[in-house]
Design a protein around this ligand. Sequence first.
Ligand code: ZN
Length: 493
Amino acid sequence: MEFEPTIGLEIHAELKTKTKMFCDCLNNPEEKIANKNICPICLAHPGTLPVINKKALEQVILVGLSLNSEIPEYSKFDRKNYFYPDLPKGYQISQYDMPLCKGGELSLFLSDDLEESKKNIKITRVHLEEDTGKLIHSKDKQSTLIDFNRAGVPLMELVTEPVIHNGKEARLFAQGLQLLLRTLGVSEADMERGQMRCEVNISLAKNKKLGTKVEIKNLNSFRAVEKSIDFEIQRQKEILEKGEKVVQETRGWDAEKEITYSQRLKEEAQDYRYFPEPDLPRLHIYSKDKSDGLFNLEELKKQMPELPWERKVRITKSYAFLKNINLLIQDEKLMNFFEQVIREFDEVGLNNKEKAVSLAYNYLTSDLKGLMESGLITWEKLKITPQNFSRLIIFLCDDKISSRAGKDILAEMIKRGGIPEDIIKSKGLEKISDEDQLKSIILEIVKNNQKTIEDYKKGKENALQFLVGQAMTKTRGAADPKLLERLFKKQLS
Ligand SMILES: [Zn+2]
């Protein structure tokens, strides 16, 4: 019998509220000046009192509703006591036995594999707490600075049941959750910027028993989530197969070497001495008869946008001819852009819509996405509008410009904006399909490339491609290469 891995995730996400969890300091993750957004409350001066940010409660409840969690009628905050320099209070306000959301599930809907995409990962709970400050260690390791801008920022924590079996499932879960949080508008959930942070619990055992649990902390990319789990499964398997014991510990991830390493041994489970937060009232979230409570759950459900998995079903049905719909689905900004482009197509009333949609899909998922991923352009700096993008696609569809010219125009519009008609005109990119117009260019190239002509006549096929390339350069990509090939052959026969 093989050793079976059992994996659970703990995911933290910073919420996108205007102000912090218990005071009215700005919650601005972009703030560059250290300790700018702080006040006596988030610095825990004696005598200050916290006030609950209702928006943060609402955001976590929205997440719970979308995951089909149970939302209990009552909830409360608790103190989790521990000392760490980034925690000025000496305790964190969190939730212990009465979280905002209990249970629920999220399917691995972003998987390309149909069976896998239906698999549901059960969720234990989702609760709300506050983030800590940030420690900044100096390069010489002689000093540490503290920035409290992040202290007291609302932080959502989601815990899954230990039902994940490999690194890929964990990655798909985390990616799906990120997309959900962005769609709901409750968090940017950018892992590289620490807005979403993953911890993994992992153990291996036979016969459905539970093995010794190892924690992997501070995973700050999807790749790290997947790779660290697969590495750890292999590491623990080798230990167990030798008849040795896995040590209960916390491990870190070395992204360069792609290995986990021991950080600290876990002695006893830490005792946080949780107790109900005495400075905050118990929360009456809602009442089933709607007579009382902070929220009306039915109203919240009505506010909910189309969820990513619902969107996937709709888009897959409407555009079954697109190859890999996930390329769009997993990036909600790209997806929104795509849908706006489609609306433009519908307004114009195209007769070859399928071709236009396919072209738009290709340009968005290869060219635009490529630029975004290489970091050369960001959504904030993007100058092209869906309207102008759709016009460019229509030019391509009607065969008025070549695909090479299309790519050049797109690059120009992404960086500088503008209307495709103007760029086509100013750069002379309209496709030249007039044979007479091309004839003079061909004659000139033939005259200036006698050596290549001889090669061609000796039977070198490359020679023809070279000549076509010359003509493409001369026409700045505006000619049809197939037509050029035919004209050259005719000229040289
Ligand atoms: Zn504050």
